[in-house]
Design a protein around this ligand. Structure first.
Ligand SMILES: Nc1ncnc2c1ncn2[C@@H]1O[C@H](COP(=O)(O)OP(=O)(O)O)[C@@H](O)[C@H]1O
Ligand SMILES: [Mg+2]
Length: 305
């Protein structure tokens, strides 16, 4: 996205919010080192409607935690990066999984050697501590995949106290002004793991659906290797058909992933579209009937290729 578009987003914001953001932006532009500026996200998200970006920015500016909820490949990570970009705030990421532990969140101890070659124990800050101490953003991806025992560490971080006791250093960490949390959860149309209620309660929820129609076409034009507009329009139709199959419960969520669609578009520069769709979309599904269903849709849309 161009600098121009970025400013357009900011112009749409209520006066107080805009003032707050401009203050943070100006301060960060001046004071942050080049090294830390690398943690500021890129602006490549296309929104299905304006309220998504607007509401997320307003919530973050008010110091609220934002939970992006949507199926895989709907652009949640891209949206979080855009928010970091618009606010000009560095963002530290955590990728949750069952292996996630307190050290992955807060940091760990390690041995280093000083100039006299003596061993010293040093604490290396994790993403939670870094974001809190510097007043930056924290992105927690796939928060619902973390073990139930690990997440309570975040309770204090996520409520009004915005503090956490680091058990490794016995230090109590308080969030500096500007600290904000964006989390993402893969919650699709059917059969997805719900997030613990107590945790969900601490967030403002923003639904992030797959983009469709004109917005999808524009995004593909911008991001795909495939530049043939006729073909891209066919891929937009394919996406529409796949999304309705997902909504009807006939194929699983991943079938409509925009990430996979983008892969198929890219491959179609070098191979027939139908084969590209097999490689990038249908082969990913476990169920043979689902795969056949996608192949059939592809066959009707891409007859000659
Ligand atoms: N709304 C969107 N705007 C821009 N790019 C998108 C959008 N939706 C999907 N994409 C593309 O699909 C890929 C997956 O998006 P990502 O943000 O990683 O999805 P998620 O985090 O929801 O799984 C991105 O790399 C991007 O190229
Ligand atoms: Mg993601």
């Amino acid at each position: 996205m161009s600098h121009h578009l970025e400013l357009t987003y900011l112009k749409l914001l209520p006066e107080q919010i805009k003032e707050h953001i401009m203050k943070v932006r100006n301060k960060n532009e001046k004071l942050l080192s080049q090294e830390i500026k690398k943690y500021i996200g890129k602006s490549g998200y296309t929104a299905p409607d304006d309220s998504i970006i607007f509401d997320a920015i307003v919530s973050l500016s008010l110091g609220k935690n934002v939970l992006l909820k949507g199926p895989t490949g709907s652009g949640k990570t891209k949206l979080a990066e855009l928010l970091s970009n618009l606010m000009f705030q560095p963002m530290y990421s955590i990728n949750c999984s069952v292996d996630l532990d307190a050290e992955a969140l807060l940091g760990y101890k390690t041995i280093t050697y000083n100039k006299a070659n003596q061993a010293e124990i040093q604490f290396v800050s994790g993403p939670v501590e870094k974001a809190m101490k510097q007043g930056h953003l924290l992105y927690i991806d796939e928060i619902n995949t973390a073990k139930a025992e690990t997440l309570p560490i975040l309770n204090g971080v996520l409520d009004y106290r915005k503090m956490v006791l680091n058990p490794f250093t016995s230090e109590t960490i308080y969030a500096k002004e500007g600290f904000g949390v964006i989390a993402a959860i893969n919650e699709g149309y059917i059969g997805t793991t719900p997030l613990n209620e107590a945790l969900k309660n601490r967030f403002v929820i923003i639904d992030v659906p797959y983009i469709q129609g004109e917005a999808l076409f524009e995004m593909l034009k911008e991001q795909s290797e495939q530049k043939d507009e006729q073909l891209l329009k066919q891929f937009v139709r394919l996406s529409r058909d796949l999304t309705s199959k997902v909504e009807e419960g006939q194929i699983s969520d991943e079938g409509a992933s925009i990430r996979s669609l983008l892969d198929a578009c890219d491959l179609s520069v070098y191979m027939p579209a139908k084969r590209a769709i097999t490689r990038a979309i249908s082969s990913k599904l476990d169920d043979e009937r689902e795969r056949i269903s996608i192949e059939n849709i592809a066959a009707t849309l891409f007859t000659s290729s």
